[in-house]
Design a protein. Sequence first.
Length: 558
Amino acid sequence: MSDEIKKEEESLNFLEEIIEQDLSAGKYPSIVTRFPPEPNGYLHLGHASSICLNFGLTRKYPGYTNLRFDDTNPVTEETEYVDSIKEDVKWLGFEWKHERYASDYFDTLYEYAVKLIEKGLAYVDDSTSEQMAAMKGTPTEPGVNSPYRDRTIEENLDLFTRMKAGEFPDGSHTLRAKIEMAHINMLMRDPILYRIKHAHHHRTGDKWCIYPMYDFAHGQSDSIEEVTHSICTLEFVPHRELYDWLIEKLDIYPSHQYEFARRNINYTVTSKRKLLQLVNEQYVEGWDDPRMPTISGLRRRGYTPESIRDFCDRIGVAKRENMVDVGLLEFCVREHLNKIALRRMVVFDPVKVVITNYTGEGEMLSSENNPEDENGGTRQIPFSGELYIEREDFMENPPKKYFRLAPGQMVRLKSAYIIKCEQVIKDEEGQVKELQCTYIPESKSGADTSGIHVKGTLHWVSVKHAVRAEVRLYDRLFKVEDPTDEEGDFKEYLNPLSLQVLPAVYAEPDLLHASLQERYQFIRKGYFVLDKSSNPDQLIFNRTVGLKDAWAKEVKKG
Ligand code: ATP
Ligand code: MG
């Protein structure tokens, strides 16, 4: 191993450095992290990066990770999302220690709020949201104190109790922290802690009509769970001051917040809100449409958990936002699938080959499942006198160094024989209808005594044994790198060619037994997986990724 590679492997990211220091200084005997999704959509690749980071740290260091649903907003959250999030985290290969819900802490949070009021550090404000905005000031001008700021503790306790009891309509009162209206950090200008919302919650039902704001629930939930390292994305940097203020004033477990850069991936969007629009407005089939950057979409597309974890490891953690090339994700899945995918033969656009000197009924030929896996075993493929090959693998007037089939030219059929094209038969329109060939009986793969060497090897299927299948070819969801950075609505930049359906391709019969758990390489075509809607009468395969990076080539061509 060269020194450089070794160094790369041993170098720590900034969070690992902090944790190693904390552990060696004896600040904590072990660490606790959490992954805190809001259950208002399905998880996407950005979340995958946060999951790999949080769970990865407690895999590497002593400690554990909680899964905490940040369900403080009753209106947007649904049980369907909770279930999908759990399934996705498990599928990615991680186990949480405790499954928790911010809503489990509503009673405790309420007590914390009362404690702040009793300390004179929170007050009930009757201002409307417009009035509050007007008093907030600007980054360069201080704000103005609310006329309700100096209410007595008794008055505040009474009003807050009545807010909880449902005496007031939505928007009429809020509970605010009493910090400083001239604070340089706008988030410290008496932030709202509680608002009234007469809404049904997916877990607490109708018990509450006041709900804590994000800033009042998040850090406090961290403390309740004794999270040591609370990792979030950079937009929360300005919130850290409030996070620390609340922990200090409440005198609760001192969790610490650390921020890393959000991961954005080109040619797609990673925002639940935007993905929800694509689902609701039916630009895609659903959250698990194989073009979606969701974990469930990637799973249906044939991505493996290993390849997604590898991708997240390679992009690592950064302190500055940047765009990650989706080509890296495709590279990672290609690498993994090359090792595990079963090789199969499928002809997409067939032309018939008749082997005029093949007199037998047919025979079974053996072919290895995966040359990259010595324990991969073999399968049987039926061979006969009538075959399909790919139309694009024949050329009537080939250029020099054309190693596929052409009049008078020989090729090898994969795991079968060498054939020679003797005659081309065309229909009335001049389209090639049939290729009449002869085969070399001594050239059987594995027992070739013909002494003939050919350069081209083609995939094929036997006409009478082939099974029909539908194939869905996916491409990037958007035609521009960053659809949110363009003029107008991001949906105007959807790639109209992101899905191409081939309703009838010809597959070797073994694929009748294809299963959702397996991955396949259709030889010379790409990597494929069975779709969940497939059945033996109507086989459907999704293309995960092509064999080569077609886009990189495009870019080079210019
Ligand atoms: P979205 O904008 O898609 O709704 P979010 O940040 O609001 O994302 P949450 O459910 O609140 O989604 O996020 C759960 C965790 O995942 C948070 O810790 C958040 O920081 C992290 N996360 C979300 N998106 C990304 C991303 N693109 N890159 C890295 N981490 C992310
Ligand atoms: Mg969110």
